[in-house]
Design a protein around this ligand. Structure first.
Ligand code: ADP
Ligand code: ZN
Length: 210
């Protein structure tokens, strides 16, 4: 089974959902640069202070900031058994830098039509305490604005707005092909249908990771 994964796909494609499914099957470190950056913003670290302005506009945070963050994250012991990147690399420069640190074994590319993405991103809410993700259109919590799992208040990500979504989606479209091109012939690449990630069984996941 491959244990050095890269989850690839547009904003809202469901990389986090797929990551959760994979974690039910094998214990890998889930490394989401978006989550790491949001944590830094919340704690007002130097990385967070640099990143916030870019994130609020839906623009990419500078490569050197993200690469340094990944370098530190990969030193943590939970990465020894393997890892999956979510939202990284987002530029060819990031992919090149990553190659110097470690080699990816498998790219899982999630594909979803744009109209579905819009609904997913604009409807996305998450629990302020446990991080559980819901959607006001397709998967609302039982009680409005209250987490089913822990009862805490739900929140909307600051950058999940119509204005930034366009920037984020355009940036993805611009960079996705060059990044996949960079890995072509070097790393196995599989397509995942993002409309059905929620229904995937453990067996489906295992087959994907062979
Ligand atoms: P999404 O994929 O929905 O845009 P993420 O949580 O992956 O959400 O990222 C949120 C924001 O964090 C991005 O718009 C960008 O500003 C920043 N970011 C995350 N990952 C990277 C990265 N690898 N390189 C540069 N910026 C990043
Ligand atoms: Zn919760």
């Amino acid at each position: 089974m491959k244990t050095k994964l890269l989850l690839f796909g547009a904003p809202g494609a469901g990389k986090g959902t797929l990551a959760g499914k994979i974690l039910d099957v094998v214990k890998l470190a889930h490394i989401s640069t978006g989550d790491l950056l949001r944590e830094n913003v919340k704690k007002q670290t130097p990385i967070g202070l640099t990143a916030k302005g870019f994130m609020d506009k839906g623009q990419l945070v500078p490569d050197e900031v993200v690469i340094k963050m990944i370098q530190e994250r990969l030193k943590q012991p939970d990465c020894k058994q393997g890892f999956m990147f979510d939202g990284f690399p987002r530029t060819v420069a990031q992919a090149q830098a990553l190659d110097k640190i470690t080699k990816i074994e498998l790219i899982l590319e999630i594909q979803v039509p744009f109209d579905i993405i819009v609904q997913r991103v604009l409807g996305r809410i998450s629990c302020s305490k446990c991080g559980a993700v819901y959607n006001t259109y397709s998967n609302p919590p039982k009680v409005e604005n209250v987490c089913d799992k822990c009862g805490s208040k739900m929140e909307h990500r600051a950058d999940d707005t119509e204005a930034t979504l366009k920037t984020r989606f355009d940036t993805y479209n611009k960079n996705a092909q060059p990044i996949l091109e960079y890995y072509k012939g070097k790393v196995a690449h599989r397509i995942v249908d993002g409309l059905h990630t929620l229904e995937m069984t453990k067996d489906d996941i295992k087959k994907l990771m062979v």
